[in-house]
Design a protein around this ligand. Structure first.
Ligand code: NDP
Ligand code: MG
Length: 382
């Protein structure tokens, strides 16, 4: 039995992780479970999966949850609570599906405790990729991708000569507004931006897909996961989301992973790696039903967020931390109705322009850059 610590259990990836566990109750169990504040969603899941340890956002949520649970599980809270859940002694693996750079410290704690890491939380690698990968190497802990593009690349690298990789190609749906020009995005609403054509995901990542900052973050994520330089990581618009990403080798062979869009597959692959299990909940891909697949170059003028992410990634040091913190803050402000959709990218660009780069930031320096960037973005909209 593989025991899982699950962060972000009430979210889009979290509930799909639980769906995988539900299909294989003899293979997986949930030992620790973390969420923010959504007790209504969490309660039936806690009753079903019976985690021994539960971590929530703050004391008020913990107190309310205690009353509901009548003392059957241990409840902890705050950032320390999430760290405790991530590194929980009996767990074999951390599935990190929390949202945002708050996932960094729990990931580092779980690596230190020797847990295998299944990582959906891309902000963790964008914010502190060098710390995560160094520590994972030192502790000899695998960091397995859950993000679908990275899972596709990881699958396409199995059994291959990694020194012969010439390009990683990340596919992108193009997001909600892919059929609109930039000048048609002036007045788009939050309700418009959180509709995705191919994937059902949390609000933040759906907005990130609309700006394609999501792909930019994924370029940085791929750099850290696979140790490939930025000039060998490319993006490609593929509107059907069937080819989940590709690897090109020295002989110009390309290996890709395909499937009907579903996060269940990459989640389960990280959890069963290197084995595979049946997954009844997903549909078989019949390529004859698709008929045609489309591919298109990414226009960096149409999607400036991708260019910002490459620039931050190439600059390195604390720049990706700033990119991520500025983007998280700007997207929050957009979702709260405080700024317009087209304000997101200039706010991120502004934060990068004003940041004094730190070459090899440690955890304290990263957290400081993250905090300052959030304050900076807020100061720009007053
Ligand atoms: P959601 O917004 O759906 O879920 C976020 C989860 O994090 C919820 O369980 C939420 O709890 C929890 N959370 C938020 N804030 C806190 C906090 N302060 N303390 C503890 N828990 C907190 O996000 P997604 O599932 O869409 O995304 C999760 C991660 O996975 C992101 O990094 C995203 O980029 C990545 N990802 C997502 C994909 C998808 O298909 N959704 C695909 C690939 C990657 P609560 O519900 O109580 O607020
Ligand atoms: Mg992805």
């Amino acid at each position: 039995m593989k025991k899982i610590s699950l962060l972000g259990a009430t979210g889009s990836v979290g509930t799909q992780t639980l769906a995988v566990i539900r299909e294989h109750p003899d293979v997986f169990s949930v030992s620790a479970f973390a969420f923010g504040a959504n007790i209504r969603k969490a309660l039936p899941l806690i009753r079903e999966f019976k985690p021994e340890l539960i971590a929530v956002k703050n004391k008020a949520v913990a107190d309310r949850l205690h009353i509901e649970l009548s003392g059957n599980s241990k409840v902890v809270y705050g950032p320390e609570g999430m760290i405790e859940a991530a590194a929980y002694g009996p767990s074999d693996m951390l599935v990190n599906a929390v949202l945002g750079s708050i996932g960094l410290e729990p990931t580092l704690a779980a690596i230190e405790a020797g847990k295998t890491i299944g990582l959906a939380n891309k902000e963790t690698l964008v914010t502190g990729g060098h710390l995560v990968m160094e520590q994972a190497k030192r502790r000899n802990v695998p960091v397995l991708p859950i993000d679908s593009e990275h899972s596709a690349i990881f699958q396409s690298l199995q059994g291959q000569d990694k020194s012969a990789v010439t390009r990683l190609i990340l596919t992108a749906s193009g997001g909600t507004f892919r059929d609109r020009r930039r000048d048609e995005l002036q007045d788009v609403t939050v309700a418009d931006a959180v509709q995705h054509p191919n994937w059902s995901m949390g609000a933040k990542i759906t907005v990130d897909s609309s700006t394609m900052m999501n792909k930019g973050l994924e370029v940085i994520e791929a750099h850290w996961l696979f140790g490939v330089p930025y000039d060998r990581i490319e993006t490609l618009i593929h509107r059907e989301s069937i080819v989940h990403s590709l690897v090109e080798y020295a002989d110009h062979s390309m290996i890709a992973q395909l499937g009907v869009p579903s996060m269940l597959v990459p989640i389960q692959y990280a959890m069963t790696y290197p084995s595979r299990l049946e997954l009844k909940q997903t549909k078989r891909l019949n390529l004859w039903e698709m008929g045609t697949l489309h591919f298109q170059k990414v226009d960096l003028k149409r999607y400036p967020a991708v260019a910002l992410a490459y620039a931050a990634g190439k600059a390195g040091g604390s720049m990706p931390t700033v990119l991520n913190a500025a983007n998280e803050t700007a997207v929050d402000l957009f979702l709260d109705g405080k700024i317009r959709f087209l304000d997101i990218e200039p706010l991120v660009g502004d934060a990068l322009d004003h940041h004094q780069i730190i070459a090899s930031p440690d955890l304290d320096a990263i957290e400081e850059a993250d905090r300052r960037t959030r304050a900076f973005v807020h100061s720009r909209i007053k």
